[in-house]
Design a protein around this ligand. Structure first.
Ligand code: MN3
Length: 247
């Protein structure tokens, strides 16, 4: 069976896309596997590639943790989110952030799934980018000034942030957010809940689920929280801070 692109797109439109894709993939003789992939994944949310190597954050975050965290945990959130949104294709025209900002607009039968897995996707997409190899050090730029204004000093902010991360019982996140009055706050959320759902903009956040640190730090969450500051990417955090002020 030879399929040209137009024929393939016709099949995709006329029948279930997944069936057509399976038929093509097993055929080995499709004219354009690239266009097939594009057509099949249209509207589906993709796992963003890690912006650096798995080893980049060593020794603070080990390569095995990064490999499983990104390739398994984050990938599973994306897969579950797509499965939920497939039931309501009209939701796919909205961003996941927009869904999380308006959770009551999500159909009830998929609401918790979208909060958990959409949150998981958005949180981790931020998380990879606010870290980098040879990161850390004192904050820079506008966020440095804002931290000083809101918390007195970077040391005091760091202390509050680590305390909130340590105190989170079970799985969750610790955040620096911008609230509706334009003030910066440290907060913590359970599970994959995102601050957008309570009207706050996440500027930076650290993942305190055990999967984020257990291989290297076991029960020593405090050590992980302290070490994490060595990989923080202040350029990306400044970019998010500017975005928070526009939001
Ligand atoms: Mn995680």
């Amino acid at each position: 069976m030879t399929l040209n692109r137009r024929h393939f797109l016709f099949l995709l439109g006329a029948t279930a896309g997944a069936v057509a894709l399976d038929a093509c993939a097993s055929g080995q003789n499709t004219s354009s596997p690239t266009s097939a992939t594009t057509a099949a994944s249209k509207g589906a949310i993709q796992l963003p590639p890690l912006p650096y190597a798995y080893t980049a954050l060593e020794p603070y975050i080990d390569a095995d943790t990064m490999r499983i965290h990104h390739g398994k945990h984050h990938a599973t959130y994306v897969k579950n989110l797509n499965a939920a949104l497939d039931k309501y294709p009209q939701l796919k025209s909205r961003s996941v952030e927009d869904l999380l900002r308006n959770v009551n607009s999500i159909p009830e039968d998929i609401r918790i799934t979208v909060i958990n897995n959409g949150g998981g996707h958005v949180n981790h997409s931020m998380f990879w980018r606010i870290m980098k190899q040879k990161g850390g050090g004192e904050p820079t730029g506008a966020i440095a000034k804002a931290i000083k204004q809101n918390f007195g000093s970077f040391a005091n902010f760091k202390k509050q942030f680590n305390e909130a991360g340590n105190k989170r019982f079970g799985s969750g996140w610790v955040w620096l957010v911008r609230n509706k009055d334009g003030k910066l706050e440290v907060m913590s959320t359970a599970n994959q809940d995102n601050p957008l759902s309570v009207g706050k903009y996440p500027i930076m956040g650290n993942d305190v689920w055990e999967h984020a640190y257990y291989l290297k730090y076991q029960n020593r969450r405090g050590d992980y929280l302290n070490a994490w500051w060595n990989v923080v990417n202040w350029d990306e955090i400044n970019r998010r801070f500017a975005e928070a002020q526009r939001a």
